[in-house]
Design a protein around this ligand. Structure first.
Ligand code: PLP
Length: 332
């Protein structure tokens, strides 16, 4: 059994309790908008929560044995970073199956944290159900060929992914808004965030309105899923009833929001956070207390932003120096 150092334990204890910051550019006398900055998790995204809860659950059920089990998972990025970072600290080897379209920075981070990387020619977000889902198929076939050695948390159906948000993110948001939240916006990958947070909030106040943000088909928004081109994951389907409304944001709107958030809020955000900001701006609300999930920050997207003409490389470097609310990330 690998020995946990104090430092590792301290890092793992820092998962969750992320800041909620006011978005002055959207707020007025009747509406207050906030972003929940999940980039402040130690490995830089909302996925630290799911990864940690799924590993702990696997240990409690006895399917994970430190120093023996290899964790394998298909992911479009953040889960790979989170699982690799957390699992290594706890004494597991990790193998990640990722679509080659994920950003180069993401792939480099996963490798530098010590995972073996398999790349597939899937679309950006591995599709569940019918259609191309090579990442999921490859991870499943490796895991099932050696069940004694491999364990795949399967974030798309794992209840611990939901529970991390039901017991963590949801109560945090309730407390941070003094129970005054009226609207909640988030993108959907596996559905863990939206179902967990929303189930908790609606138990507290059934009138809280839940708005799911989806990218266009064939999108460039790492971490999110469009449900016209991809089947809904089991985890999401189980509690899909929490969603009151949907809004679709195209690539262009998401990327121009990334620029706008930097100009107006001095925050360097990720494409999916741009999509959430754009949806909060576009969705008509007369009054209320609104929270959106900013699932990670913009650090991993220098090459994508240059390619999409959001920021040139030198503009990106300058923005990174000026950006506020950036966190300390373990792999940096
Ligand atoms: C980058 C990113 N990852 C993950 C998620 C949420 O994922 P999940 O539905 O798997 O909890 C989001 C949601 O906004 C996201 O933007």
């Amino acid at each position: 059994m690998a020995t946990k150092t104090v430092t590792d334990t301290e890092i793992l204890n820092k998962i969750g309790n992320t800041p909620l910051v006011k978005l002055n550019s959207l707020s007025d006398s009747k509406k207050t908008y906030h972003a929940k900055l999940e980039g402040h998790n130690p490995f830089g995204s909302v996925k630290d929560r799911a990864a940690y809860w799924m590993i702990k659950d696997g240990e409690e059920r006895g399917v994970l044995k430190r120093g023996e089990t290899i964790i394998i998972e298909p992911t479009s990025g953040n889960t790979g970073i989170a699982l690799t970072g957390i699992a290594q600290m706890l004494g597991y080897k990790v193998e990640i199956v990722i679509p080659e379209k994920a950003s180069d920075e993401t792939k480099k981070i996963i490798e530098s944290l010590g995972a073996k990387l398999y790349q597939t020619s899937d679309d950006l977000c591995p599709k569940v159900g019918a259609g191309t889902d090579q990442s999921i198929a490859l991870a499943t076939s490796i895991a099932s060929s050696r069940p004694d050695k491999y364990f795949s948390p399967n974030q798309y159906a794992n209840e611990a992914n939901y529970l991390g948000h039901y017991k963590g993110t949801g109560p945090e948001i309730w407390k941070q808004t003094d129970g005054k939240i009226t609207h909640f916006f988030t993108g959907v990958g596996t559905g863990g965030t939206i179902t967990g947070v929303s189930a908790f909030l609606k138990e507290k106040n059934p009138n809280v309105k839940i708005i799911a943000v989806q990218p266009q088909q064939n999108h460039l928004i790492q971490g999110l899923r469009n449900f016209e081109e991809s089947a809904k994951p089991d985890l999401f389907l189980k509690r899909e009833y929490v969603v009151d409304d949907w809004i679709t944001i195209n690539n262009e709107k998401a990327f121009s929001a990334v620029k706008e958030v930097f100009a107006k809020e001095k925050m360097l955000v990720s494409p999916s956070s741009g999509a959430v900001y754009a949806s909060m701006k576009e969705y008509k609300i007369n009054s209320g207390n609104i929270v959106g999930i900013f699932a990670d920050d913009g650090r991993k997207f220098k090459s994508l932003y240059a390619q999409q003409k959001v920021f040139t490389e030198s503009e990106f470097d300058a923005a990174l120096k000026k950006a506020e609310h950036m966190s300390q990330i373990v792999y940096m």
